[in-house]
Design a protein around this ligand. Structure first.
Ligand SMILES: Cc1cc2nc3c(=O)[nH]c(=O)nc-3n(C[C@H](O)[C@H](O)[C@H](O)COP(=O)(O)OP(=O)(O)OC[C@H]3O[C@@H](n4cnc5c(N)ncnc54)[C@H](O)[C@@H]3O)c2cc1C
Ligand code: FES
Ligand code: FES
Length: 467
């Protein structure tokens, strides 16, 4: 029995845990304001708020409901656009109306929910952050200019009335941005019975952002192990200088983590290249690795950072370098039922220079044609150690030892960058597919490796020296 708060009322549902939340909301919950667009996390029309208990209240985040199994709702608060409506238009809705930021209206509930999640969250109330909150919401009608104006209006109306930091819920309730029942949401949910342990053979579900795109229907009938209910798998911690990333930490957790930002230079702009905020909140680090896509962005970054995996199967625990995890296309060194518990970044890498590059058909919100990351240990101008990882140029996300070998012991120079790129291009075997021909992907890899050097060492490797 799944027990959760659905808008203002508790629900006890005997439904398969793998049912998609979007279907539940529209077909069982009869709340059609949540729209069905792509069912692939791309359009944001299905955005809902998911509240997780956090002390005396829920902590809300906007997410795509098409990538969420209803098992994830257990003990939580699901809010759709219907659950945000009050007697009149709130400040977000009023700004949208005033600026003509809605036409056919199909996307509008998604924008309102995303912006509500932004206001309820912890990000600063800036235009940059507000626009980042709606980066995963697509509108086919307005051309976005009116939406940007509406966001500005919303911020102007609320900024001085809502605390910049801390709990904004009381102020937002007082202003009618969220309805009063939010104050008693935990009480309305009431006691919840813990879910029973998953049976042997259950399908492991992280955020579901790969699984629900690939096999949503098949999942509905299967026993699931929902990692979102295992808090020990989430979060980042430091031990002896090493960074341990819980496998269920989301990409957005990583992007917002001070520990991770201290470890990996320029992490935030780098991770903003990965999907959208709505998807990043679901997309876990462990899921990115186990999905074993040759172009998984997190995987490529972690490979270059010398990551190690902590793998568990019941009482058995082992560690494995991430570079040895991928055995062939979508084949991994992972036993049935085994799971990634954490990913460790070794302390030594803290002193390395790190850079990630990705080319996709769109700069944001798209998966890569080719991606690559480089980490380099620089001592007195000499590259003592290096790791180059690349995706989209072979059947697995790969480390290319020959490329790093071309750098070791060399001073930073355009010639060293060229030798590294030549070694990498000779070592890879890309295939031609919808994302480009094999020759094009090799060319991309070369240019992206040059980009690593131009970005990391602009004086020693200016663009002109590499053209
Ligand atoms: C719209 C959209 C945009 C995307 N953009 C990008 C992008 O820009 N870059 C990118 O790299 N990816 C992108 N992705 C892919 C996806 O979001 C990531 O691969 C994500 O990190 C997968 O994590 P998840 O938790 O959702 O995995 P899930 O879908 O839950 O699981 C994926 C696989 O991993 C297994 N699994 C999950 N966690 C564990 C664990 N701890 N131990 C063992 N097995 C586990 C599952 O059984 C499943 O086989 C995108 C996806 C969507 C839908
Ligand atoms: S329906 Fe498009 S993101 Fe969910
Ligand atoms: S108003 Fe029509 S899709 Fe946005």
């Amino acid at each position: 029995m799944l027990q959760f708060l659905f808008n203002d009322a508790r629900r006890d549902e005997d439904l398969p845990a793998g049912m998609v939340v979007l279907d539940y909301v529209r077909r069982v919950g009869r709340c059609p304001g949540t729209k069905e667009g792509c069912r692939e996390g791309d359009c944001g029309a299905c955005t809902v708020l998911l509240g997780e208990p956090n002390g005396a209240r829920f902590r809300y985040q906007a997410m795509t409901s098409c990538l969420m199994p209803i098992g994830d709702l257990h003990g939580r608060h699901l809010v759709t656009i219907e659950g945000l409506n009050g007697p009149g238009l709130n400040a977000i809705q009023q700004a949208i109306v005033d600026q003509g930021a809605t036409q056919c209206g199909f996307c509008t509930p998604g924008f309102v929910v995303s912006l509500t999640g932004f206001l309820l969250g912890e990000a600063p109330l800036t235009e940059v952050e507000a626009l980042a909150a709606i980066e995963g919401n697509i509108c086919r009608c307005t051309g976005y200019v009116s939406i940007v104006r509406a966001v500005r209006d919303m911020l102007a109306a609320l900024r001085d009335k809502v605390p910049a930091t801390g709990d904004r819920l009381p102020a937002l309730m007082a202003l009618g941005v969220v309805p009063p029942y939010f104050a008693e949401a935990l009480t309305r949910l009431g006691p919840v019975t813990p879910l029973p342990p998953a049976p042997p053979g259950a399908v492991i579900v992280g955020g579901g952002s790969d699984l629900l795109v690939q096999q949503a229907e098949a999942l509905a009938g299967q026993p699931l192990r929902l990692l979102s209910h295992e808090p020990n798998l989430r979060g980042l911690r430091e031990r002896d200088g090493d960074l341990y990333i819980g496998a269920m930490s989301s990409t957005e957790d990583l992007l917002r983590s001070d520990l991770a930002r201290a470890f990996i230079p320029d992490l935030e702009p780098t991770l903003r290249l990965v999907s959208s905020q709505l998807v990043r909140r679901r997309a876990s680090v462990g899921g990115n690795i186990v999905n074993a896509s040759p172009i998984g962005d997190l995987t490529i970054m972690l490979l270059a950072l010398g990551a190690e995996l902590g793998l568990r199967l019941g009482e058995e625990f082992r560690t494995l370098p991430l570079a040895r995890f991928f055995l062939g296309y979508k084949q991994r060194d992972l036993r049935p039922g085994e799971w990634i518990e954490w990913v460790r970044l070794p302390a030594a890498r803290r002193s390395y220079c790190f850079h990630f590059e990705k080319v996709s058909r769109r700069r944001y919100l798209d998966i890569a044609s080719v991606n690559t990351a480089l980490s380099v240990q620089l001592v007195d101008g000499v590259m003592r150690d290096a790791t180059l990882a690349a995706g989209g140029v072979g059947p697995i996300p790969m480390v290319i030892p020959a490329a790093a070998g071309a750098l070791r012991g060399q001073p930073v120079s355009a010639a060293a960058a060229q030798a590294c790129a030549a070694a990498a291009c000779a070592a890879v075997r890309p295939i031609s597919d919808v994302r480009g021909s094999a020759d094009y992907k090799r060319l991309l890899l070369r240019q992206l490796i040059y980009a690593h050097f131009v970005e990391l060492f602009p004086e020693a490797c200016p663009v002109e020296a590499l053209c």
